[in-house]
Design a protein around this ligand. Structure first.
Ligand code: PEP
Length: 258
């Protein structure tokens, strides 16, 4: 983390877990134990049907609520889809885009880019996920793959809008597997992502962009991962479902007693 130049962000990804009632219960418990300092931004990205309960519960807090996907179109005949402006109107601040679980369902780099542009146009903060498969890592294609994904996701995003983007490095082999990247592996790729941004937007923009690590981050390993200079926070799946664990990860960003 480097708090001098960029925000630390801890974001939860609830995936398809929790109902609106369970959301309410989580928020009540989480609010009572949430670290109170303002040293990092906290986001909880929840299933679409839980957004309104989450927004209502966290209204007076610093926790921003997010969605887990959006449609790239402003409106239209897209049954079952949700547009970025609808998420904003529902009280969302963030939206996760390009998660590997959605890419596995057929989402392409072109789709991710269109969604990023739609999110930015509508005032949402996109949390843009990139990450290699185990096969790509073993074939030493990690950096080439990440390079392509980052450049594709940010195609047409101007420098002013980049400042509102968060990038999350999520190696697919580490998501939901309990197999966390080592802090060296996480740092190496997050540093490379910053170098790509530097090449695209210049040194100042690169210094200011928050790059998160995601993939089996938990209450035990968070501090070590977050201590890396280019790891500006975490995107957390499983551990964000438990109020205590999520609060511990937030506290691990430091100054928990601020
Ligand atoms: C995720 O889904 O983005 C994620 C990082 O999941 P987990 O923390 O469970 O590996």
């Amino acid at each position: 983390m480097n708090r001098k130049y960029r925000k630390t962000v801890i974001a939860g990804n609830w995936k398809m877990y929790k109902t609106p009632s369970e959301t309410k219960e989580f928020m009540t418990e989480f609010k009572s134990i949430m670290p109170k300092g303002r040293w990092c931004d906290v986001a909880l990205c929840v299933p679409a049907v839980c957004i309104s309960a989450a927004v209502r519960a966290m209204r007076e807090t610093r926790v921003g609520i997010g969605a887990e996907n959006c449609n790239a179109n402003a409106s239209g005949a897209y049954t079952g889809e949700i547009a970025a402006n609808m998420l904003l109107d529902a009280g969302c601040k963030y939206v996760i885009l390009g998660h590997s679980e959605r890419r596995a369902m057929g989402e392409t780099n072109v789709d991710v880019n269109a969604k990023v542009l739609a999110a930015l146009e509508n005032g949402l903060i996109p949390i843009i996920c990139v990450g290699e498969s185990l096969e790509q890592r073993e074939m030493e294609l990690t950096m080439a793959h990440i390079n392509y994904q980052v450049r594709a996701a940010l195609s047409g995003v101007d420098a002013a809008s980049l400042r509102r983007c968060v990038i999350a490095y999520e190696p697919i082999w580490a998501i939901g597997t309990g197999k966390t990247a080592t802090s060296e592996q996480a740092e190496e790729v997050c540093r490379e992502i910053r170098a790509i941004i530097r090449d695209m937007y210049g040194a100042r923009a690169a210094r200011g962009v928050s790059i998160l690590y995601g993939g089996s981050m938990n209450a035990k390993n968070a501090a070590e991962l977050l201590a890396q200079p280019d790891v500006d926070g975490g995107l957390i799946g499983g551990a964000s479902l438990k109020p205590n664990d999520f609060a511990t990860i937030i506290a691990a960003t430091g100054e928990a007693n601020e």
